[in-house]
Write a protein that binds this ligand. Structure first.
Ligand SMILES: [Fe+2]
Length: 386
């Protein structure tokens, strides 16, 4: 690091509890917030998991009523948010407990916005458009990656337009996150690996964001280091490693929620909206090209990341242009990805590129990318990626 960034920055974070059994505090916190009836937001797969019963028991043991809303799918839609908000108000709920991955947590945030502010969720897309704070929101994340449980972001899909839209507001920071590694043990392999990839990309983009600060740098860089140290095929079956990835994801969330993200996320949101593919995986698909584009804008930070991956760029004096490829190889090795398919292999056509470019340019994450691209830069990246 050549010097500390002394630009004015603020840092917001929810209260959180970490460790085995943290999920069982859901009921006690409901009581602390004086809640009488909570909307329990989850999805059909999580509903089948045995660990969920401990969360529900803690609610009923504390004398709090609950209503279940479990119609959340991957990349939650505006319709799901509106349906959940309707259940919230018609059943007389006064708070929300969300148990699940990023999709469940984002949907719960959307429900909270509409429940307290009225109208349609589409009216809150963008930066700082939420007037009234959400009802109390308690999160029990079941993946280590999205960090929606600590962030001021929510991503909601409009399936009729095949878009993913971002809502950013300090009002979206949940009140409490209960970071318990036990739910991770029930994850399907693909979800576990791709969500850890999301955490790594959050850490890298947050660390290199032009909205970063010495505080977010500490969380971002430590997150990269912890992911490299703990990631392995089957990490989520190992209590030590899964807790390590969970804390790394927490650090990444505290970093990017306050520092912002970058072009990897803007392209990933565009691809996810068009194809519905997993967010962590679509981020991986575009990461190398974006790192190549960004490299010269923040050379010291990218070389620091390369060093964390064990790429000895002090002794061997790799060319800067070699680093994105070397980092990509290390990532594939650590995450157990055997190949990095082109976008054509995942259904993207050359005809889709103009639409993808436009959506990428409109995505708010692009604002904090260390190098501001123009449409031609993004078009070239998509064409190279096909
Ligand atoms: Fe992400």
């Amino acid at each position: 690091m050549t010097g500390y960034n002394r630009a004015l920055r603020k840092f917001v974070s929810p209260e959180f509890i970490t460790g085995d059994g943290a999920r069982e505090f859901a009921g006690r916190y409901s009581l602390n917030f004086n809640l009488k009836k909570v909307l329990f937001v989850t999805d059909p797969n999580i509903e089948k998991c045995s660990w969920l019963s401990h969360v529900i028991d803690s609610i009923t043991d504390n004398g709090v009523e609950y209503e279940v809303f479990s119609s959340v799918t991957e990349n939650p839609s505006v319709d799901e948010v509106m349906e959940g908000a309707d259940v919230f108000s018609t059943t007389g709920c006064d708070g929300i407990i969300a148990a699940g991955g990023g999709s469940v947590l984002d949907c719960a945030k959307g429900i909270g916005i509409v429940a307290e502010n009225g109208g349609h969720i589409s009216g809150y897309i963008g930066l700082d458009l939420i007037k009234n704070p959400m009802p109390p929101l308690i999160c029990v994340p079941s993946t280590a990656g999205s960090s929606a449980d600590v962030s001021q972001y929510a991503v909601i899909s409009d399936r009729s337009r095949r878009t993913k839209r971002l809502i950013v507001s300090k009002s979206l920071v949940p009140d409490v996150s209960l970071l318990d590694p036990v739910p991770l043990s029930t994850l399907p392999r693909e979800v576990a690996v791709n969500s850890a990839m999301d955490a790594l990309i959050h850490a890298i983009e947050g660390y290199c964001s032009n909205g970063s600060s010495p505080v977010t740098d500490t969380f971002g860089l430590n997150s990269v280091e912890m992911i490299i140290r703990n990631m392995s095929p089957g990490y989520w079956k190992d209590p030590e490693r899964s807790f390590g990835i969970m804390i790394a994801s927490l650090y990444a969330g505290l970093c990017f929620s306050n520092a912002g993200l970058g072009l990897i996320h803007s392209m990933s949101h565009a691809l996810g909206g068009l194809t519905g593919m997993n967010h962590g995986y679509s981020s991986f698909l575009v990461a190398r090209e974006v790192l190549e584009f960004n490299m010269d804008a923040h050379l010291v930070k990218y070389r620091t990341i390369a060093l964390k991956f064990g790429i000895d760029c002090k002794e061997k004096r790799y060319e800067n242009s070699e680093l994105p490829g070397l980092i990509n190889e290390k990532i594939m090795d650590i995450f157990g990805y055997e190949e990095r398919p082109g976008l054509a292999d995942v259904g993207i056509l050359e005809d889709d590129v103009p639409e993808l470019v436009q959506r990428t340019m409109e995505d708010p994450c692009i604002a904090t990318n260390p190098r501001l691209p123009v449409a031609e830069d993004i078009k070239k990246m998509y064409l190279d990626l096909l």
